[in-house]
Design a protein around this ligand. Structure first.
Ligand SMILES: CC1=C(/C=C/C(C)=C/C=C/C(C)=C/C=O)C(C)(C)CCC1
Ligand SMILES: [Fe+2]
Length: 524
């Protein structure tokens, strides 16, 4: 079975299947492919990864064609995957597992292999998401590597190293897209010319006839934000983008570069290089996309940890952004396999508490009267309890409005990205990392629709707009559902995004793994 921990097949084969059981009606207009990514193999030979984010990337796709659905899955043939398979054990370090090459024969070889790891070369096991650059698709993680993939066959193509084109050692798996086909991403450049900075890049859409990788050679840094600290840049997993601004949250969850450089010989994993500083502030940076400058007002909030931005937009002189945030950094600890494997009783007993996510709205006033008294709330928007208190020396203390509790893996109708919007689609989580429900949250009425079924673990729901959509929620929501009951098979669920009623489902004979993120690519 694949399920949560993945299979331990030595050389898994490409799995192609048509669905064997269809129920209900899958709309005829739904033509295209939902392609998703996530960790699918946590054991290689006799070696086992420690953390769920370490698993070998397993791509899978659901193709909708004239009422038929085809399923396909294939491990990403990364360099990491190939090396591991050849050695029949884990030989490349991942987020939560440090791997050591063959025991060194002599002291010189040992010193040499240690040195070569001083500046770590990270993994190309791109397990987090699928990103689109023009017509091309890439599997992505958070290192400097992405891997081009083939939408139809799920085959793995060339490896792209961001460092060849721009100064970036890490980059997010959650880029943004504009309506002209450009892709925007953000990453961290470590110690380049003695400075550590966050960089926002624009990857222009490749044009027909362009040379290979033209979009990367034409890639441009649109803004560079100096890190507050040379050796401790903040960690971040995504960012927000409105029509005129980029929203970047510099949180007190930081990557320690010295720890990173020495992790290998200290025998600790990359994850242990992330530090949480609960007494520090969280800085909110707004970058003007036109002038490429950071706004000079020092917006900040209390210490928090955010992975996923939901959406951001402008309204009446304010930037509004919604994020899924935590009160501490415990989330990544929750995904150690030894924690995931605990049953409910054991989980409760193990003593460690995990912070639960909440969807928080921040409202940032772009301008305010210089004469306003210190301590005044300068948010002038109605219908929000989010506030922004003016303080001395150009500081503004922002307090969020809690929109919804216990949601993660948020998605929206992406046509509304950067615009005023109303609906969030997400997974509902309750003190265990495995989601049990899909939820639609209405920001306007503060009400929610939920879908759940016994023994069902739903993946991140993906919204697909209907062809003649008039309203934001005119479309369907797709989610692959992993069954935790061995007697029933996994299936793809199609919900009407407006009513949250089930339109149809299609069971697959293959084991489906619980994944992370994906994209719907409409048929051309
Ligand atoms: C390998 C590696 C990293 C990998 C991070 C990963 C794989 C994060 C996954 C996060 C997910 C899946 C979050 C979901 O909300 C770091 C720490 C960036 C830097 C050091 C090398
Ligand atoms: Fe993510």
């Amino acid at each position: 079975g694949v399920g949560l921990f993945g299979s331990s097949l030595k050389e898994p084969s490409c799995y192609v299947a048509t669905f064997f059981l269809k129920k209900g009606e899958i709309p005829k207009w739904l033509q295209g492919t939902l392609i998703r990514n996530g960790p699918g193999m946590h054991k290689i030979g006799d070696t086992v990864y420690n953390h769920w984010f370490d698993g070998m990337a397993l791509l899978h796709s659901f193709t909708f064609k004239d009422g038929e659905i085809f399923y396909r899955s294939k491990y990403l043939r990364s360099d990491t995957y190939r090396s591991n398979m050849e050695a029949n054990r884990i030989v490349v370090s991942e987020f939560g597992t440090m791997a050591y090459p063959d025991p060194c024969k002599n002291i010189f070889a040992k010193a040499f292999s240690y040195l070569s790891h001083t500046i770590p070369d990270f993994t190309d096991n791109c397990l987090i998401n699928i990103i689109r650059c023009g017509e091309d698709l890439y599997a992505s993680t958070e290192t400097n590597y992405i891997r081009k993939i083939d939408l139809e066959t799920l085959e793995t193509n060339e490896k792209v190293d961001y460092r060849k084109y721009v100064a970036l050692n890490l980059a997010t798996s959650h880029p943004h897209y504009d309506t002209n086909g450009n892709t925007y991403n953000m990453g961290t450049s470590i110690g380049d010319k003695g400075k550590t900075k966050y960089q926002i890049i624009k990857i222009p859409q490749s044009k027909p006839g362009d040379k290979e990788h033209a979009c990367f050679t034409n890639c441009e840094v649109i803004c560079s934000i100096p890190s507050r600290s040379l050796l401790r840049p903040s960690y971040f997993h995504s960012f927000g983008m409105t029509e005129n601004y980029i929203v970047f949250i510099e949180q007190p969850f930081k990557l320690d570069i010295l720890k990173l450089a020495t992790a290998y010989f200290r025998g600790v994993n990359w994850a242990s290089c992330l530090g949480w500083y609960p007494n520090d502030k969280t800085y909110i940076h707004l970058i003007d996309r036109e002038t490429k400058k950071i706004l000079s007002t020092k917006y900040y909030t209390d210490a928090l940890v955010v992975y996923h931005h939901v959406n951001a937009y402008e309204e009446d002189g304010h930037v509004i952004f919604d994020i899924v945030a935590y009160n501490d950094n415990s989330l990544y600890d929750m995904f150690y396999l030894k924690i995931l494997k605990l049953d409910d009783a054991a989980f409760e007993k193990q003593g460690k508490t995990f912070s639960s996510p909440s969807c928080r709205r921040f409202v940032i006033p772009l301008q305010h009267d210089k004469n306003v008294e210190l301590g005044t709330n300068i948010v002038t928007l109605e219908n929000t309890t989010a506030s922004a208190l003016k303080e001395k020396d150009g500081y503004v203390y922002c307090k969020p409005e809690i929109l919804f509790e216990g949601i993660e893996l948020p998605r929206i109708n992406y046509d509304y990205n950067g615009k005023k919007y109303r609906y969030i689609y997400a997974s509902k989580v309750q003190w265990r990392p495995v989601p049990t429900k899909i939820i639609k949250c209405d920001i306007l009425t503060k009400t929610c629709y939920e879908w759940r079924e016994d023994h069902c673990w739903p993946a991140e729901p993906v919204f697909v707009r209907a062809p003649e959509a008039k309203e934001e929620d005119d479309g369907v929501l797709l989610s692959s559902i992993v069954s935790s009951d061995p007697k029933t098979s996994s299936f793809l669920l199609v919900l009407d995004a407006k009513t949250f009623k089930e339109l149809g489902r299609a069971s697959v004979t293959a084991d489906i793994h619980l994944d992370l993120h994906g994209l719907f690519i409409p048929e051309k």
